[in-house]
Design a protein around this ligand. Structure first.
Ligand code: BV8
Length: 254
C-alpha cells in the first residue's frame, strides 16, 4: 500500500490529536551523516559500540574510550540537522502538547530548534567529573587534553552519557514513561528498538491506548505492535506526513 493511501487515516487521527510524543534513535541522524550504532558503519576501529560504551571499558582504558568519543564529537560537530529533525521542531509549535524523547547524544534536535527534549542517554557535548559529579559543556574538537581532567579537583572527566549497564537518570526515565503513557499518538523514528529501557516506551504508549507510528527503512522487533509502520527514511517520510498535515488546519476539526 503506497504511503499516500496509508497516510490518510493517520492524518485524520493527527488532526484531532493534541498530545504527541516522539521517540528517536540513531536513524534520525543517519541522513546527517552520523553513523548509527548497529549499521555496518557503527564500528570504530575493531570495537563494537557496546564494548566501548561501558564503565568497565573506561576504567580499563580511559584514553581509548575518550579517543572514541572524540572521534564521534569530531563527526557530530561537523554535521547539520536534517529535514527529519526540522519537521519535529516545527511540530512542537503545531501540537498543543509535543515532546521528543531521544536516545541520541548528538544534540541535533536542539540544533534544529526543538526545546521539549528528553535526552535518555545523555549528551556527547557534556563532560562529568568522576569525583564531584559536576557537569560542564565543552564543544572543543579535538579535545584539548586526552583524557580530560576536572579543572576544580583534577579528577578524570567522563562523557556525561549513560553507558550499558548503567541506570538512566530516574527523573528523566519517569518523565519519559509518563509522556509515553499519556500521549494520543507516539512516533517511533529511527530506532532498532533493541536497547532497554528505551524500547519499552512505545509498548507503554500502545498499552495506554495511543496510536503508535513507526518510521524506519527496516522492520524492527516493535513493528508487530505498532498501528502504522512506514518503510523509509525519517528525512523523507516525516516531511511527507508534515506536508499532508499542514494542508489542513488542526483547529478546523475541533
Ligand atoms: C540499564 C549512550 C539498569 C552512550 C547508549 C533487558 C533485556 C536485555 C538487556 C537489558 C535489559 N535491560 C537492560 C539491559 C541491558 C542494556 C540493553 O538494553 N542491552 C541491549 C544491547 C540488549 N541496557 C542498558 O544497559 C541500559 N541500562 O538498563 O541499567 C540495568 C543494567 C543492567 C541490567 C539490567 C538493568 C542503558 C542503555 C543505554 C546505553 N547507552 N547510548 C553512547 O551513545 O556512547 S545506547 C545507544 O545504543 C544509543 O543511545 C541507542 O539507545 C542504542 C542504539 O540504538 P538505536 O538508536 O536504535 O540505533 P541502531 O543503530 O541500533 O538502529 C538504528 C535504526 O535506524 C535501525 O533500525 C535502522 O534501520 C534505522 N535507520 C537507519 N537509517 C535511517 C533509519 N531510520 C530512519 N531514517 C533513516 N534514514
Amino acid at each position: 500500500m503506497d504511503i499516500q493511501t496509508e497516510l490518510t487515516p493517520l492524518i485524520h487521527i493527527l488532526r484531532k490529536t493534541s498530545r504527541v510524543t516522539v521517540l528517536t534513535g540513531a536513524g534520525i541522524s543517519a541522513e546527517s551523516g552520523i553513523p548509527t550504532f548497529r549499521g555496518e558503519e557503527g564500528l570504530w576501529k575493531t570495537y563494537r559500540a557496546e564494548e566501548l560504551a561501558t564503565l568497565a571499558a573506561f576504567i580499563r582504558n580511559p584514553k581509548l574510550v575518550w579517543e572514541w568519543y572524540d572521534w564521534r564529537r569530531g563527526i557530530i560537530g561537523s554535521k547539520e540537522y536534517n529535514a527529519g529533525h526540522e519537521v519535529l521542531s516545527r511540530w512542537e509549535k503545531l501540537f498543543p502538547t509535543f515532546h521528543v524523547i531521544t536516545q541520541n547524544i548528538d544534540g541535533l534536535h536542539q540544533k534544529a530548534g526543538s526545546r521539549n527534549i528528553l535526552e535518555l542517554h545523555g549528551n556527547i557535548w557534556k563532560l562529568r567529573c568522576t569525583k564531584e559529579e559536576t557537569v560542564i559543556e565543552d564543544h572543543s574538537t579535538p579535545l584539548n587534553e586526552f583524557p580530560p581532567h576536572c579543572l576544580d579537583c583534577g579528577a578524570l572527566l567522563r562523557p556525561h552519557v549513560v553507558w550499558f549497564g548503567e541506570s538512566l537518570d530516574a527523573s528523566i526515565l519517569q518523565s519519559a514513561f509518563a509522556l509515553s503513557s499519556s500521549c494520543e499518538v507516539m512516533f517511533v523514528v529511527g530506532t532498532s528498538a533493541v536497547v532497554q529501557p528505551a524500547a519499552s516506551l512505545p509498548i507503554a504508549a500502545a498499552n495506554a491506548g495511543a496510536t503508535v507510528v513507526e518510521v524506519n527503512p527496516d522492520p524492527t522487533p516493535l513493528t508487530p505492535y505498532v498501528d502504522y509502520s512506514f518503510r523509509g527514511k525519517a528525512g523523507e517520510i516525516l516531511p511527507v506526513i508534515d506536508g499532508k498535515l499542514s494542508f489542513s488546519n488542526p483547529d478546523e476539526e475541533k
